[in-house]
Ligand binder design. Structure first.
Ligand code: AMP
Ligand code: ZN
Length: 109
């Protein structure tokens, strides 16, 4: 069965998309923890960093470049932002589809 982020990637579940190409999608987090809170993810279902394979390295690199572009568009590239992968329960991961959080727009704790 497909996960929520696979469904969002396919457009089967609506989201507030800020970037999309054939391999990557980025959308606003539904429960933002900062004025700018965007999730960037490969459309391919990779459960987490723990399951990354060498063949995925371009996807991860591209995700970070997309984050860089979005940070600029959202006007936080100069003020600062944080990029986070949560892995597993101690990190508070709730969705098992690799995603990068982009947080900014305020002084982060
Ligand atoms: P994590 O805790 O790293 O697994 O992050 C999952 C994130 O997905 C949380 O910050 C949620 O607020 C966010 N989220 C859950 N459902 C949706 C959704 N339908 N659209 C956008 N963001 C979502
Ligand atoms: Zn998925």
């Amino acid at each position: 069965m497909e996960c929520l982020f696979c469904k969002i990637a396919k457009g089967e579940v609506p989201s507030d998309i800020v970037y999309e190409d054939d391999k990557i999608i980025a959308f606003k987090d539904i429960h933002p923890k900062a004025p700018v809170h965007i999730l960037i993810l490969p459309k391919k279902h990779i459960p987490s960093v723990n399951q990354l394979e060498p063949e995925d390295k371009e996807l991860v690199g591209e995700s970070i470049l997309v984050a860089q572009k979005i940070a600029k568009e959202q006007g936080v590239d100069k003020t600062g932002y944080r990029l986070i992968f949560n892995i597993g329960k101690d990190a508070g991961e709730t969705i098992g589809h690799l995603h990068l959080h982009l947080l900014g727009g305020k002084r982060l704790p």
